[in-house]
Design a protein around this ligand. Structure first.
Ligand code: GAP
Length: 456
């Protein structure tokens, strides 16, 4: 990560180059929502594909699902969300802005362990230390109240008779409720995993850290169902797999660390985060949780369905334990963009901004650039060949230097230039984003050259 990188620079680059736009921008935006643009959607899709490949495709013990976002409301009673999924929030009576109490304390006093504080303790702390409103500077707070984080909507066919339903705040419940279905249809033997990628929604107040915390986001979650005796080994294995995965995607060791939780949920046997050093500092990137048999026992209780597993070899009947690995696709995209960013000073003293994405993650694998407009017919032929295999950009406007800079800023690993020699001998130059070196290749070798470089 470039030491000059700030969140503001990244937001500006994302906006200028089509990675991410403010949600509902023409209406003045909509707080904590972001829209992925043509470049960003490719990056995020590649990240999701990489996760699916490592954790589902290549694992004979893992099965994918795509469960409904709207679930029977009893699911959220069983999971405990209806009762206790809330944030401690308070309003400034002067300017009417709302804040999370824990954030207010953390931002002023970095060493305080707010996770361990009760609502009353947070209120006392804010009063004792006279923490002022970050927006208007007054000290004029309402008491702290618990705000529910689940978005509610309603479903009903008869006017006036509506049932509350919730937009799911996490995807994993779709994996728990399908435990029996997947086990039966796939003839799966414990230990096995169910994974999915999908949207989650939380009515969170955030200090506006771009993609880091949003009200609508995608999660990549995996639940490993296992025997209690092997659960700790599997938990440790997933810690390692999760760390290897983010390193493979290009995050560097210096910016990654484990954070083991000291305070555990009453049912949990162990929990940890992988933290990443974002431009806003060290923050959670993903979680790995040993959840005991809490989830399956709660769903057994609330649904009335026995969710025990009968081991076909030992005849033992038991409720499997769950090891959960959960990572936000948007948050990981933010980490990968932060890591990839570099302001490089060139020999001639100019600066170029380069996004050094691993080639398999790059939004476009190759850009086709005719040196002059009258070479565009040949260039379009080359584009046609390459775009059948890869996401490919085509650009014939402006000087070649400016076109290279644009591709550097969106992280395109290769630029193919069509010149007058191409018309003579069907060869092109291919420029490497990182070294800026160019070599000449026959058009017919391009696909295999690029394919080799983008392998994951
Ligand atoms: N099922 C467990 C679960 O949802 P979590 O720690 O609340 O656990 C898991 O969320 C991951 O989802 C986080 O580590 C983060 O990567 C991502 N995430 C959570 N809330 C988010 C938000 N508001 N915006 C973006 N990503 C979020």
């Amino acid at each position: 990560m470039d030491k000059n990188l700030t969140m503001e620079k990244l937001v500006n680059l994302c906006k200028a180059r089509g990675f991410v736009f403010q949600g509902s921008e023409i209406y003045g935006g909509f707080a904590n929502t972001w829209d992925f643009g043509p470049v960003g959607v490719e990056l995020k899709n590649n990240i999701k594909k990489a996760w699916w490949k490592r954790f589902v495709q290549e694992d004979p013990m893992a099965y994918g699902v795509d469960a409904a976002i709207l679930m029977n409301p009893r699911v959220w009673e069983a999971s405990g969300h209806v009762q206790s999924f809330s944030d401690p929030q308070l309003d400034c009576k002067s300017c009417k802005y709302r804040f999370r109490a824990d954030n207010l304390i953390e931002e002023k006093f970095k060493d305080v362990d707010v996770e361990r504080m009760t609502t009353k303790e947070m209120e006392d702390y804010i009063n004792e230390h006279k923490i002022k409103c970050p927006h208007c500077g007054n000290f004029n707070w309402t008491p702290i109240r618990q705000f529910k984080l689940m978005f509610e909507t309603s479903r009903g066919t008869v006017e006036g008779e509506k049932d509350i339903v919730y937009l799911r705040p996490e995807t994993c419940q779709g994996e728990y409720v399908n435990f029996l279905n997947v086990q039966r249809t796939m003839r799966a033997k414990v230990p096995f995993a169910i994974a999915q990628i999908g949207k989650s929604f939380r009515n969170e107040i955030t200090p506006g850290n771009f993609l880091f915390r949003t009200v609508e986001f995608e999660q990549m979650e995996l639940q490993m169902f296992c025997h209690p005796n092997e659960s700790m080994d599997i938990y440790n294995k997933y810690k390692e797999r999760a760390m290897n995965f983010v390193e493979e995607l290009g995050l560097t060791k210096d910016n990654l660390r484990f954070h083991d939780h000291e305070k555990l949920a009453h049912y949990a046997k162990a929990a940890c985060d992988i933290q990443y050093q974002f431009p806003i500092g060290w923050q959670e990137l993903n979680g790995i949780h040993h959840r005991g048999d809490w989830d399956l026992s709660r769903h057994s209780e609330f649904s009335g369905k026995n969710m025990e597993y009968l081991d076909p070899y030992t005849n033992e009947k038991y409720l499997p334990n769950v090891i959960e690995y959960s990572i936000g696709a948007d948050r990981l995209t933010l980490a990968i963009m932060s890591e990839a960013y570099e302001e490089e000073t060139l020999e001639n003293g100019e600066t170029r901004v380069v996004m050094h994405f691993k080639p398999f993650l790059a939004p476009f694998k190759v850009a086709v650039l005719p040196l002059q407009k009258n070479l565009s017919e040949k260039a379009k032929e080359v584009y046609k060949i390459l775009s059948k295999e890869f996401m490919c950009d085509y650009d014939e406007a402006g000087s070649i230097g400016k076109r290279y800079r644009r591709q550097d800023e969106i992280g395109t690993p290769y630029c193919v230039t069509i010149d007058f020699d191409t018309l003579e001998n069907n060869t092109v130059t291919i420029r490497d984003r990182d070294t800026m070196e160019q070599i000449r290749l026959p058009i017919q070798d391009l696909v295999s050259y690029i394919q080799k470089a983008i392998k994951f």
